[in-house]
Design a protein around this ligand. Structure first.
Ligand code: NAD
Length: 492
């Protein structure tokens, strides 16, 4: 699709409970378009009573609709139909996703929507693949483990890829036979409502997929603490993840999956093949979605002898990016999600420069001619590992550059004291690449590439304070099941 006019998009708000829209609860929260700061719609703020209503609906549907008990291939068939409806809805879902988020419309249509559909299809295929095991016992007994859904799963999603992040929660939970109550980010609340509608159209029973709207403190917290929620799956910041984990511990020792923040290194050795390609990967790793990606490769560590030619290439790519509204077809540098976040990025860059860093590129807002919150791709060199932009997750297009002379030094610089989400290693030396694969404290290591592929079997998730558990892969499916042990005395 080419550009669209934001005024042409019809936005349906509200909660989605028991298979229908619910509007009556709570006062509204204004939702702003990051591309121009315009308040274009509002969502209600769901309170504890609203969350209770959603969870009660989900629990009732779980107990009575037969979703978790039906033949698993029938559940898979419904989910495949759901995936087909999502894929066929790209012309509606894509602009809806782009309108109020940081996703350029071309990317939303070409990647976010099909990737969401494919994720649902991927987990549909799991529905009849994991049932449990017969375990080894003596001949007088039969031992089994039986895989069972939790019941109601509470899912909380961030704003940076609203559809895709939500689908990584919804798809495995539904395929495993659970009901779900999803709370999207209050900054990007609308596109997942359309997903819930399409699920019902596909035959997912009413009440199995619910959406509650609101902020974290009121709505999110009520969901996490609800006694009928069996498990919480969360994607967002490390700080919120820790608060959620504490709340889960206090209210039923609920299991959690936490996909949290990162500060991922990109390590480039002088023997890395095709420096132009490396520069492209490094630049894309920090400018995709304007750096608002959990696995953004925000720390460039480069062997001293090639630091200058690599930095020059990256700067040239930065210079070619075009800031613009998400509804404009030519946009390659989308906005920052909010004015507050753009100011935060600028402040971190400012303090890092004050501490002695050198500004090689950018370092300022890019919105003089546009009304939204844009930030120029930024390259900072001369930084120490204590510098704020090296230590903190910036969540913007800010890349720091550090040089090294030896492999040992590179590995030491690469390890972040707190985060361990992802890392990239660029080298022609296979042994060295594998030494880094072994040595890096990161949940994902990419070698001579950076970023996910369409291989859904490869899970994603962090080490250390970057998270607990995995999204995607068979791990995420199994994390939506609990396993019951059965031992039968054959003579009893
Ligand atoms: P955030 O933690 O501010 O909010 C995430 C969600 O949690 C929102 O829906 C919010 O309303 C809700 N929330 C906030 N406080 C809550 C509370 N006390 N109880 C329950 N829910 C609460 O994060 P964000 O700014 O929306 O997203 C950006 C962050 O997400 C970054 O740190 C990024 O790295 C991380 N992220 C991680 C991954 C991953 O896979 N590891 C993927 C995407 C984003």
């Amino acid at each position: 699709m080419d550009s669209f006019n934001p005024a042409d998009i019809v936005v349906r708000g509200g909660h989605f409970i028991g298979g229908e829209y619910v509007d009556e609860y709570g006062r509204g929260i204004d939702v702003l378009r990051p591309s121009d700061g315009v308040a274009y719609a509002a969502v209600p703020l769901g309170d504890a009573a609203l969350v209770d209503r959603a969870v009660a609906n989900a629990w009732h549907a779980f107990r009575t609709s037969g979703w978790g008990r039906m033949a698993p291939r029938e559940r898979a068939r419904i989910l495949r139909r759901f995936a087909d409806l999502v894929a066929a809805d790209a012309a509606t879902l894509g602009p809806l996703e782009a309108l109020g988020s940081t996703r350029p419309v071309r990317d939303a249509i070409a990647w976010d929507v099909p990737f969401t559909a494919e994720g649902i299809r991927f987990y549909a295929e799991f529905a009849d693949k994991v049932g449990g095991d017969v375990t080894a016992t003596d001949q007088d007994h039969l031992g089994m483990t039986i895989a069972e859904p939790y019941g109601v799963i509470g899912a909380i999603a961030p704003w940076n890829f609203p559809l895709v992040m939500a689908s990584w929660k919804i798809a495995p939970a539904l395929a495993a036979g659970n009901a779900i109550v999803l709370k999207p980010s209050e900054m990007t609340p609308f596109s997942v409502l359309r997903l819930a509608e399409l699920a019902v159209q596909a035959g997912v029973p009413a009440g199995i997929f619910n959406v509650v709207q609101g902020d974290g403190r009121t709505t999110g917290d009520a969901l996490v603490r609800h006694p009928k929620v069996g498990k919480i799956t969360f994607t967002g910041s490390t700080r919120t993840g820790a608060a959620i984990m504490a709340a889960c511990a206090q209210t039923g020792t609920k299991p959690v999956t936490l996909e949290l923040g990162g500060k991922s290194p990109q390590i480039v050795f002088a023997d890395a093949p095709r420096l132009d390609d490396v520069a492209r990967r490094i630049a894309a790793g920090i400018t995709t979605n304007a750096g608002q990606v959990c696995v953004a490769g925000s720390r460039l560590l480069v062997e001293r002898s090639i630091a200058e030619p690599l930095a020059e290439r990256i700067e040239r790519i930065f210079a070619g990016l075009k800031p613009g509204a998400t509804w404009q077809a030519g946009t390659t540098l989308p906005p920052i999600i909010s004015e507050t976040q753009a100011a935060r990025i600028d402040a971190i860059v400012g303090r890092t420069l004050d501490s002695g860093a050198t500004l090689r590129y950018g370092g300022q807002r890019a919105d003089a001619a546009t009304p939204g919150a844009f930030y120029m791709p930024t390259l900072l060199s001369g930084v120490t590992r204590e510098a704020e932009a090296v230590r903190e997750e910036v969540f913007g297009p800010v890349l720091t550059l550090q040089t090294f002379d030896t492999e040992e030094e590179a590995l030491e610089l690469a390890q972040h004291p707190e985060y361990g989400l992802a890392a990239g290693v660029h080298t022609a030396d296979l042994g060295r690449a594998l030494r880094f694969v072994r040595g890096l404290e990161a949940g994902t290591v990419w070698v001579n590439r950076y970023g996910r592929s369409a291989d859904f079997m490869i899970p994603t998730g962090g080490y250390k304070r970057s998270g607990i558990g995995k999204d995607l892969g068979k791990q995420a499916y199994e994390a939506n099941l609990r396993f019951k042990s059965v031992l039968i005395d054959l003579h009893g």
